[in-house]
Ligand binder design. Structure first.
Ligand code: UD1
Ligand code: MG
Length: 467
């Protein structure tokens, strides 16, 4: 395996992403379709990131503002500078590379080229292309396929050197039988190859400027031959429709789960566990079936998640139990217990050893260490102090129809069952609120508040009901 983590001054990557992608039948640009937590383009940029490249240039179609925004997000997220260049018209892969080569700064001498729709590419595989002697003007990734239909076939001379690539539509019957195909990834010496790219014509079945014609042009020029680098077929597969998108997702998830399992995470049923590639899980944690971990979610060690739990952009500590729960943008401290059937919404922060039980919804809520909200409650726009007990059926009445207001429950306070806390309102430290109260006024620390009508009992008035 080639070391991907070298620093490579003077080497840039060009990502070709200006094609139309019509088979997705989508208003969204093809390379922005998401799988396993990243866009297709994001997976490619993620594979380029460890390569120590000087910069990455993504070739986009005119008006592809959504792709430009994704590129800007990656530029901000990584140390690797990533930017876009517009290919004015989709005149073929050679034209796209021509546009990019003209836009790269002069100090870039070596260029790695990849398509933008190959999410399964690994850094090690790309590094294999860069490991070819830089004195070779052109290294190209090839792959042997049982069914090479649709791909460009690689042509060799008697000594095994690559002397050309012929596209399926331009190939004769003998050439179509060749099973070694061009994967569409290259490492090239800019000084030798750029003039050949600039000279590319469009005299072929599709009337496009084929990047692949550079291979033949190089051999004809006498300056060298293409050096083939074999890649695993799975890695170079492009995603052209939603069927291939789902297939790629299965491979990406399986790979990520295998990495987690080897690092000490138990995954009871990998086929029914959906973990995005940017999610981390600590050692000795257990992921039960039906667990979906998305986005930037981070899970600590010795934590059990699932079954049937869906966490998006959450931070979960060590020794936590989360059962049958939906949570978005929530932070769960060490030793927390949540669920079954809890809904933690954005801005929920549960302190160490807090407990949130069945049919509880929280939002924009800080729940202190060891506090309990065990059943059937709504805690929204609220602070619950450490050790407080918010009993069954308590509601923070946070919305008056116009604005949201905050409820504050003090440390060690006890709020009895079925209490409505009409915000803005404060229950002080150590206070006790009787069950069934509707609290509209602040309750001082250590006070007892009861706010409900007195019971009326009329002897005998129900007599005869059962007779
Ligand atoms: C290309 C190769 C073929 C190879 C195959 C591997 C050529 C001529 N053929 O064919 O030998 O087997 O990839 O998948 O290169 N793009 C642009 N601008 C354009 C056209 C394409 O940016 O004007 C981008 C696309 O977005 C895509 C990439 O270039 O990411 C490849 O284009 P595509 O049309 O998929 O090429 P193939 O026909 O698959
Ligand atoms: Mg293609």
């Amino acid at each position: 395996m080639t070391e991907p983590h070298a620093h490579r001054p003077g080497t840039a990557a060009v990502v070709l992403a200006a094609g139309r992608g019509t088979r997705f039948r989508s208003a969204t640009s093809k390379v922005l379709h998401r799988v396993a937590g990243r866009s297709l383009l994001g997976h490619v940029l993620g594979a380029l990131e460890p390569l120590g490249l000087e910069r990455v240039l993504v070739v986009v179609a005119p008006g592809a503002d959504d792709v430009a925004a994704e590129v800007a997000a990656w530029d901000a997220r990584t140390a690797m500078p990533v930017s876009t260049v517009v290919q004015p018209e989709p005149r073929g892969t050679g034209d796209a590379l021509d546009v990019a080569l003209r836009a790269l700064p002069d100090d870039v001498t070596r260029v790695l080229v990849t398509p933008g729709d190959t999410p399964l590419l690994r850094p090690e595989t790309l590094a294999g292309l860069l490991a070819v002697d830089p004195a070779e003007p052109l290294a190209m990734m090839t792959v042997e396929l049982d069914d090479p239909t649709g791909y460009g076939r690689v042509l060799h001379d008697a000594d095994g050197a690559v002397i050309g690539v012929v596209e399926e539509r331009d190939a004769d019957a003998d050439q179509r039988r060749l099973r070694e195909v061009n994967a569409g990834m290259y490492a090239l010496d800019r000084r030798i190859v750029a003039p050949l790219v600039a000279a590319l014509g469009a005299d072929n079945a599709q009337g496009e400027r084929y990047l692949t014609d550079v291979v033949g042009a190089l051999a004809a020029s006498g300056a060298g031959h293409g050096v083939p680098v074999r890649a695993p077929a799975v890695e170079v597969a492009g995603v052209n429709d939603r069927v291939q998108l789902a297939d790629a997702g299965a491979v990406l998830r399986r790979r990520h789960l295998e990495g987690l399992m080897r690092a000490g995470v138990s995954v009871v049923d990998p086929a029914h566990t959906y973990v995005d590639v940017d999610v981390t899980v600590g050692a000795e944690s257990v992921l039960l079936p039906g667990t979906i971990l998305e986005g930037t979610t981070r899970v600590g060690s010795r934590t059990t998640v699932g079954p049937a739990t869906h966490l998006t952009d959450c931070v979960v500590g060590d020794d936590v139990q989360v059962h049958s729960t939906r949570a978005v943008g929530a932070e769960l401290g060490d030793g927390v217990e949540v669920g079954p059937f809890a809904h933690l919404r954005a801005g929920t922060r549960l302190g160490p050893a807090a407990r949130v039980g069945a049919f509880v919804q929280t939002k924009n809520a800080e729940v202190g260490a060891g506090a309990k909200v065990p059943h059937l409650a709504y805690v929204g726009d609220a602070d619950v102090g450490a050790g407080a007990n918010v009993a069954c059926g308590v509601v923070t009445v946070n919305y008056d129809g116009r604005a949201k207001h905050r409820t504050s429950i003090g440390e060690g306070a006890f709020v009895g069952c079925g209490t409505m806390l009409v915000a803005p309102v404060t229950v002080g430290d150590g206070a006790f609120v009787g069950a069934g109260s509707t609290i509209t006024d602040d309750v001082p620390a250590e006070a007892l508040a009861i706010a409900r009508a007195r019971q009326v009992t009329k002897e005998g008035r129900a007599a005869g009901r059962l007779g």
